[in-house]
Design a protein around this ligand. Sequence first.
Ligand code: HEC
Length: 101
Amino acid sequence: MSKKVFVVIGAIIFISLCITMRPAQSAEDYGALIKNSCVSCHGLKKICGEVGKADNKEWEEIITRMAKKAAKKNIVLTNEQQTGMVTYLSSPKDAKTLCTD
Ligand code: HEC
């Protein structure tokens, strides 16, 4: 086989990996989103205080309640963003990045 064939195959593998591994929105983005949308009324401390304590279901309740409050301040959070935040905040490993800054 010629060298060219290997280069082409390599490129195809590389591109497919990039496509399959691309997340819709990465954990870091949710950290940034929380920083942007959730600290106008209280600090990160209030949020981080619940990380590791609240479980997935409790975060769902908190985020739903907070999203309603935020909406009154014209901070719009889509359902997808809310679900992403719940997942992010329920995972202390992810949320640690937000809370140790
Ligand atoms: C419009 C103001 C406002 C915004 C925006 C807001 N919060 Fe809150 N948050 C509050 C108030 C007020 C409380 C105190 C408890 C209450 O009144 O419900 C609170 C309490 C909390 C608590 C403590 C736990 C609890 O159940 O009360 C957490 C965690 C929290 N907020 C997370 C968030 C997150 C995450 C966001 C972004 C999605 C957010 N907040 C956006 C006003 C806000």
